[in-house]
Design a protein around this ligand. Structure first.
Ligand code: CAA
Length: 385
């Protein structure tokens, strides 16, 4: 077994680390407080190829693999989770899905400007009444000649307030349940598309999220992705890739909290000695380090396996869900311990520790809650429902 990275993977890791530390770290606290969308840094991230890491060069991407994507995500998330959420959705939920299931024309039109960071994009599955039970959607697409007329609401849409294009799922045949879902490309500049208010959130505050509404939106038939009825499987297989991104994000947040804690336990003195000499602190450091290492290994294994599984015609579902579940819970454990180690300073906005703690929580919720990941893994392992 070889744990070393390729030259290309090392290059994107280094480029992402350099960019994140230089451009994102200095502004992260300010954007967390204001909740402003960090458009300028994201445009620069696009220029550096971070918006389409796995996208082939002919569609404006960096032509790397999922390991390169995970390494880039860890670096961005270690600087700021909000930036990494936006970047993750661009790469894995949006570009990845269209590349896998779209036609040549759809890739040219909808991937190229997004992979280069020229425009922003989103993925719309969740609805006000259906989060975990994703197939229970009410958004309806009705065929009308060479168009579909789409009506309905989607909620919690990452980058919804700024997206030009959205990959959206709607029911074409409600009686067929999951087999009645189809996927469509939405151009937010067309009539019938409306955005709701920006959601105020506990963490990842600079990642703009809103509800969107389609009211008699006319989608040309050529903007449907794959066949009618393929939508649910497309949405789920895209999430298999997306969950690797969230796992890598959790590793990045956890690493930032761990590294800050290591420095603090060496520098902070109590009772005449660095607090890192106390066994109760040492136990915390060891438990944090063990979880961080395990989370990173599971994440990179899932990323590495993406290509292997695809080549064998298999799903990467279990690997992705294990990585996302473990890494997100590790991030909560590690950021919680980091606040405790820092004491009052961990609770203060003078340091980024409380932000890491708030940001980590979302990784246990979006792209499938921890409860859903456990259900997915158990169903895959047992073959039972
Ligand atoms: N790949 C391919 N096909 C899949 C699949 C996968 N990973 N998972 C399921 N399918 C297929 C099944 O095989 C089945 O097809 P067949 O009947 O032909 O076998 C079909 O899809 C239906 O599957 P299920 O019967 O398992 O469907 P279900 O209704 O029981 O739901 C679920 C399954 C796992 C609970 C799913 O609804 C789920 O993952 N829920 C969580 C949704 C989620 O993650 N939402 C996140 C929103 S996106 C977000 O957060 C983005 C953001 O902004 C950051």
């Amino acid at each position: 077994m070889d744990f070393s990275f390729t030259e290309e993977q090392l290059m994107i890791q280094e480029a992402a680390r350099d960019f994140a530390q230089r451009e994102i770290v200095p502004i992260a606290a300010e954007f967390d407080i204001s909740g402003k969308f960090p458009e300028e840094t994201l445009r620069k991230a696009g220029e550096l190829g971070f918006m389409g890491v796995e996208v082939p060069e002919e569609y404006g991407g960096s032509a790397l693999d999922a390991v390169g994507f995970a390494l880039m995500m860890e670096e961005i998330a270690a600087a700021d989770a909000a930036h990494s959420t936006i970047i993750s959705v661009h790469n894995s939920l949006y570009c990845n899905g269209i590349l896998q299931y779209g036609t040549e024309e759809q890739k040219q039109k909808y991937v190229t400007p997004v992979a280069s960071g020229e425009v922003f994009a989103a993925y719309a599955l969740t609805e006000p009444q259906s989060g975990s039970d994703a197939a229970n959607m009410r958004t309806r697409a009705v065929r009308d000649g060479d168009h579909y007329v789409i009506n309905g609401k989607k909620s919690w849409i990452t980058s919804g307030p700024v997206a030009r294009y959205i990959l959206l799922f709607a029911m074409t045949d409600p009686a067929a349940g999951p087999k009645g879902v189809s996927a469509f490309m939405i151009d937010t500049e067309k009539d019938g598309f409306h955005r709701g208010k920006i959601e105020p959130k506990l963490g990842i505050r600079a990642s703009a999220t809103c509800e969107i509404e389609l009211a008699d939106y006319r989608c040309p038939v050529e903007d449907r992705i794959a066949n009618e009825g393929d939508g649910f499987k497309i949405a789920m297989s895209i999430l298999d890739a997306g969950r690797i991104g969230i796992a890598a994000q959790a590793v990045g947040i956890a690493r930032a909290a761990y590294e800050a804690s290591l420095q603090y336990v060496r520098e902070r003195h109590a009772f005449g000695t660095p607090i890192g000499s106390f066994q109760m602190i040492q136990a915390k450091v060891a438990d944090m380090k063990m979880r961080l290492e395990a989370a990173r290994l599971l994440t990179l294994k899932a990323a590495w396996n993406k290509k292997v599984a695809a080549a064998a015609g298999l799903r990467n579902t279990t690997e992705s869900s294990c990585a996302k579940l473990f890494a997100s819970e590790a991030a909560m454990f590690i950021t919680h311990a980091a606040v405790q180690i820092h004491g009052g300073m961990g609770y203060s906005k003078e340091m980024p520790i409380e932000r890491y703690f708030r940001d980590a929580k979302i990784t246990e919720i979006y792209e499938g809650t921890s409860e859903i990941q456990r259900m997915v893994i158990a169903r895959q392992e047992t073959g039972l429902r």
